[in-house]
Design a protein around this ligand. Sequence first.
Ligand SMILES: [Fe+2]
Length: 450
Amino acid sequence: MKDINDWIRDFKAGRISRREFAERAATGSLGLLATASILSAKAHAQSPGEGIRQQHHHHHHDGRPRRNPARTWNQTNVNPWEEWLKQENLPVHKDYYISDLRKAEVKPWKRLGPGVQGAYIDLVGGEGVNVGYLCEVAPGAKTEPQRYLFEEVLYVLNGEGESLIWNPGSRTKQSVRWKAGSVLAPPLNVWRQHLNRGKTPARFLVMTNAPVVIDLFHNLEFVFNNDYAFRDRYDGEAEFFGGGADKVHHKDTTAEESEQARGVDTWDSGFVPDARELALRESKERGAGNYRIELQLADNTMQAHISEFETGTYKKAHRHGPGSHVVMLNGRGYTLMWKGSMKYSDAPAATQKRIDWVEGSLFVPPDGWFHQHFNTGPDPARYIAPTWGGDGKWFMRALGGGGRTHRLGKTSTRKGGNLIEYEDEDPAIREMFVAELKRNGVEVRMPKKK
Ligand SMILES: [Fe+2]
């Protein structure tokens, strides 16, 4: 009779299927981790990667949990996401904001290979749903191939390069060329490898929903070495990472989505060639001189939008659920964030923040905090805001209110929503803004209050 070692040999030689092997392993004496390890090693060998040596090296640093504690009924209060952070051994940027993503500290990232540096961004307002990381690839260097069960939106801060993307089990790699300003969303669980093709360091910010996924499954083998290909999202389509005008879709909005907007444009692709140049649509519901486009990236649940507002203007204050990370693409100004009152000046000092921003700044309003953006520079100011579960194609209900709170964030507080009309705002808001503009020699372009 065959024993488990015969079954392992048969599986490695391709004589029996994955399913059959898994069943034999389960009824035999092979432990769960050993089974998973053999299954994923076989998947690595099948993937058209950089050769067995590298794949093997990558595997050791990537998916395999370091500890395998016996299951216990004890309350441990272990947070799987924070355990993962410790294991990564990189700087972790906390607080409410980062003044310049291009200058934030990064350190060598062992898991991703020589010439690659990184840092995690785990800000207060991420509330354990969204985090970011910085990745910097030296000229001539490349990241080890990786795949995982959390979603990503990548924004290129500096440099130029190329990403190779392929589904588990697929031999066809798709290549996407990018440069500063590009947005790339590698689809869920694809293999991805980033290569610097320029002469200077290539640095990008990646926003992910990794904490939710790692906390839920608390099994790194499952999250980082999973063979499932999400072909409903991505199946190697030639135009998946296209950047043409055909990627824009217009939708008329309902009163619930927004009482003041007459429709919304959505960019539906895995790629935006240059977020700083992308054409936007006028969008009055959030304030004067305001333009935006929604981004439906790689069929993700994570949502993003790009917003721009003119010199001499500021947006209406609003609030919604957590995780909306605002990345300034250009311009100069400040943002107020507060909680505990409709009026900024009445909010308790501990929940009253002012963030001065320039190109490369990042901040995220915590769950349910009002926030309001002010342009004090001579040019339009534009940002991209990837967020946890928005109100786009995949409307989410859970965790911090999800999509529903984003819709209420576009509806006036007069009608039970979470958007403060200019007429209803704290008078100190406009006084502060007018004084700032005077200091900068910039003309006020706000509409007169009724
Ligand atoms: Fe917001």
